[in-house]
Design a protein around this ligand. Structure first.
Ligand code: F6R
Length: 640
């Protein structure tokens, strides 16, 4: 008991709002859905209405799915619920594909017994001259219902809540706003491309939200980690509208581990609490100290440790020099130009085994270009060093091909047939079908299956071209076309047995000694994460087999982020020439150049993102006092 109190006293919080951190978004969503269900039921017992403020976007989907499950399996009724949504794009009609009205119907309202007359969402099609009145009435309706009992929020990467963009006033009410550039870029994925994203929206105000009796803000994934730190630990500022929530009397931020990663208690836990000095924690602390002070590790002094909250670590070792040298050596040993192991070398301190000198390697690439973008230098080295390298493209990537690109290829086949006198009625049929569809296709509309096939073939050709360029034979190139991906829409099906079987069968057929997979949890459209779950499930199923005992799983990250330096277990350097060669390999993906569909929020081309990231990784090693390389690709080993 006394120890507990002492521990409590030692815990220093930098957080200005209550924060709950869950291991996964699924667990967190369940807890939030439970809270909502409890509220609804309590109100039912009192014969009252439950007034909910609801959000759209990727974040709350699992909460809604859980509420639907409770309705279907546990008879949770929504008869007494009045729902007010935060916002709507202007000027989208309610029936538009990307409207929030449609989102709410598809993700919640159509599956529960809520009275649709009690579902309020700002009307995106309101004529300009009526907007002011429409917004006033929206506010009035909320007031008449006795204010919101519970407001669910997501957060934009720029800190917006609802569509209250940076600059919004604390007392703002429901109104028409202009969307921030970051918000539009993030929405570009849903709309196919940036040009299709509306420039305006109607949103509840910050003041409207703050009047709620209870507010729960959700955030998942490392893409939100930076803004979460600002909103939770930073000053209250109009530049981060979510920071206004610090002033609310009953608010909670519900996060998964990834969204919480930048909070002080996670990033530098020794500043908030007593920590156990495991090897991983020591590496994290020393690299952080070195980068923070802008001093190479070997130059860190006792004072540096003492003055930066690391006196307990210093006490453990006695001298800064001893800690420094230990961490420096560990980092040094992660660097290798032999990702498949160095033949005839002492491998006791190397990331990979020397034997067998020639290994079978299986690279899983979620989309047809992730292999070359994220680990192109390593891919090339593995091939050049004589390993038998296989690549498995997990999805067709067909939704990311622009319509005019497909049109060009369909036309090519038609012209080719004409020129060579080939009569092919099937390709004529596809041509005519695709063309007539393309002429009437709406923004974001699902492609016909023929058109999707054409787009898939385009990406397949590009991947084959890259493999030829790197130097592996066609029989080592595997196109898995995982079924979960083939919806033709941004929204994918859940991964299932058919997907697991395809991945498992391939691993069993190849019996690799090394597997590489995209360990990227920051992918804005989630496909990488699903593909990774597929690989994890397959290795779990196979791990008792003999061949798997020697199979090591290495994770690379996709184009958006890099592993934290203290986690990296293998860093493969690249020379300037190797960087250039990798760039040419990425260029083979012609359909993904120049304003690609579903660009996400990063307007750089893929080769630029890859190079900047690989330079940055090398620069971090160098800043820590290790050798200066042009670029580096980094991997973490996954023990299963
Ligand atoms: C949605 C809304 C927005 C989103 C935010 C996060 O109704 O008002 O504030 O909550 O942009 O979006 P996702 O969840 O897609 O990351």
């Amino acid at each position: 008991m006394i120890t507990d109190i002492l521990n409590l006293a030692q815990t220093i919080s930098f957080e200005k709002v209550p924060v709950s951190i869950y291991e996964s978004a699924a667990g967190a969503s369940k807890a939030v859905a439970d809270e909502i269900a409890t509220l609804i039921k309590a109100k039912q017992r009192k014969g009252e209405k439950a007034v909910l403020g609801l959000a759209t976007g990727a974040t709350p989907k699992k909460v809604y799915a859980e509420l639907i499950r409770m309705h279907q399996q546990e008879r949770l009724s929504f008869y007494n619920v009045i729902a007010f949504n935060l916002d709507e794009y202007y000027s989208l009609q309610p029936e538009a594909l990307q409207s929030y009205r449609r989102f709410m119907e598809e993700n919640l309202f159509n599956h529960i017994d809520i009275d649709k007359n009690n579902c309020f969402i700002p009307h995106g099609g309101t004529p300009a001259e009526m907007i002011k009145l429409h917004c006033e009435e929206y506010e009035k309706k909320i007031e008449e219902c006795g204010r919101l009992d519970f407001q669910l929020l997501g957060i934009g990467r720029n800190g917006h809540i609802g569509f209250n963009e940076p600059g919004s006033h604390q007392n703002s009410v429901t109104r028409l706003i202009t969307l921030d550039n970051i918000t539009r870029l993030d929405a570009a994925y849903e709309f196919g491309n940036l040009a299709n994203v509306p420039r305006k929206a109607i949103t509840m105000g910050v003041g409207t939200i703050l009047k709620s009796k209870r507010i729960v803000l959700l955030a998942w994934g490392e893409r939100k980690a930076g803004v979460i730190k600002q909103a939770v630990e930073g000053p209250v500022t109009e530049f981060i509208p979510a920071s206004y929530l610090q002033g609310h009397y009953n608010v909670e931020f519900v996060l998964d581990e990834n969204a919480a990663a930048e909070l002080t208690r996670k990033k530098t836990p020794w500043l908030t609490d007593e920590v156990e000095w495991s090897n991983g924690m020591i590496k994290k602390a020393v690299t952080h100290l070195s980068l923070n002070l802008n001093k190479p590790i070997l130059k860190l002094t006792n004072n540096d440790y003492n003055e930066n909250g690391l006196s307990s670590l210093l006490a453990l070792y006695g001298q800064a020099y001893d800690i420094n040298i230990e961490v420096f050596n560990q980092l040094q040993r992660t660097i290798t130009g032999w990702p498949g192991g160095k033949p005839n070398a002492d491998d006791s301190k190397r990331p990979e085994r020397a034997n067998p000198a020639k290994k079978r390697v299986l690279i899983f690439s979620p989309h047809p270009d992730d292999d070359i973008i994220s680990m192109g230098g390593t891919f090339q080295r593995l091939v050049d060093q004589g390993h038998e390298v296989h690549v498995a493209y997990q999805t067709s990537g067909n939704i990311a091909v622009a319509d005019d690109e497909a049109w060009r290829f369909i036309e090519f086949v038609k012209d080719y047939n004409n020129q060579f006198g080939i009569v092919n009625t099937e390709s004529d049929k596809i041509y005519n079908e695709a063309l007539s569809f393309l002429k009437i296709k709406k923004n974001g509309e699902k492609d016909t299956s023929a058109l999707r096939r054409v787009k898939g073939i385009i990406r397949r050709g590009e991947a084959k071209n890259t493999c030829r360029f790197v130097g592996i034979p066609q029989e080592q190139v595997h196109f898995l076309n995982l079924p979960f991906y083939e919806t033709g829409l941004v929204e994918k099906s859940p991964i299932g047995e058919a997907d697991f079987k395809i991945i498992t069968d391939l691993i069993e057929q190849i019996k690799p000694l090394q597997i590489y997979a995209a360990g990227d949890l920051a992918d804005p459209h989630g496909t990488h994460k699903v593909c990774l779950d597929g690989v994890f499930e397959a290795v779990q199923r196979l791990k008792q087999k003999d061949f798997m005992k020697d199979c090591w799983l290495w994770l690379y990250k996709g184009a958006w982020a890099e592993w934290d330096i203290d986690l990296i277990e293998m860093a493969v350097p690249m020379s300037p020439d190797q960087v250039l060669k990798k760039r040419y390999g990425i260029f083979k993906h012609q359909s993904q150049k120049d304003g690609v569909v579903f660009q996400g929020s990063d307007s750089r081309e893929f080769w630029q993102r890859a190079e900047e990231r690989n330079w940055a990784t090398a620069a971090v090693y160098n800043k820590l006092g290790l050798a200066e390389y042009e670029a580096m690709e980094a991997f973490v080993r996954w023990h299963y």
